[in-house]
Design a protein around this ligand. Sequence first.
Ligand SMILES: [Zn+2]
Length: 99
Amino acid sequence: MLLIWGWRTYVHQLLMLTLVCSRCQNPAAHNLYKRVTKFTLFFIPLFPISRKYGLQCAFCGVAYDIDKTHAEQLIASAQQAPAPAQQVFQPQVQQPHQH
Ligand SMILES: [Zn+2]
């Protein structure tokens, strides 16, 4: 029997944040998203292979991966106080990539 397997990536938008972009230096809206890759068998998603968090600058479009801890901190701080006007974001990942 032929097994058809593969994977699918789902992107969930979690939050919009205003951060100073490390690339274009603009205080721009950033989309915090979660990217879940699921293993599929016969096109049915079975279980997640990887979960990644990322931030994308709405101004210049640069996207970078951030770790889960950092993403949770951003979510927590956005839910607590009214967001500060400016927050400097230092990406922890060395290789920014375009989408
Ligand atoms: Zn930018």
